[in-house]
Design a protein around this ligand. Structure first.
Ligand code: HEC
Length: 117
């Protein structure tokens, strides 16, 4: 009985680990260079939008995740997002991107953003 329980626990762990799929900064870098880099530098220099160096220190991971998922949604509930958008510093707003509806792809991009200092 004990052995069976152990096997069940071990299998459960394996399933949850593979379901969680660890975020991958290399995949995130690819997404960044294909999409984000049109508007963002990986340095602190502004491009079309703000430079993203150190962004994971300036904003929480939860904030970045919600922003990437849908900036217009976050603007409705978040003061910083609303001010950023209303300042119109960049003369345009960041669009919601279909690819960023994917939880894994957002996690990958955020993993890459963590490497920008
Ligand atoms: C078409 C241009 C464009 C694209 C593409 C784009 N952004 Fe943005 N982004 C902006 C603009 C402009 C802002 C400034 C906020 C606003 O007015 O919407 C911004 C703001 C941000 C912020 C908040 C920065 C801060 O200093 O608070 C983050 C984080 C961000 N973008 C990440 C990304 C990531 C990651 C991608 C790629 C998945 C991406 N953006 C794609 C234009 C873009």
């Amino acid at each position: 009985m004990k052995v069976l329980q152990w096997v069940a626990v071990a299998c459960g762990m394996f399933v949850s680990v593979s379901a969680a799929q660890a975020a991958d900064a290399t995949d995130g870098e690819r997404i960044f260079s294909e999409i984000c880099s049109h508007c963002h530098n990986s340095t602190s220099a502004d491009k079309i939008g703000p430079g993203l160096a150190g962004i994971t220190k300036r904003r929480s991971i939860e904030w970045i995740d919600a922003w990437l998922k849908d900036p217009s949604e976050l603007v409705k509930t978040d003061e910083y997002a609303r001010k950023l958008r209303e300042s119109n510093r960049y003369g345009m707003t960041m669009p919601a991107m279909p690819i960023m509806k994917d939880d894994k792809k957002r996690a990958d991009v955020i993993e890459f953003l963590k490497t920008l200092n």
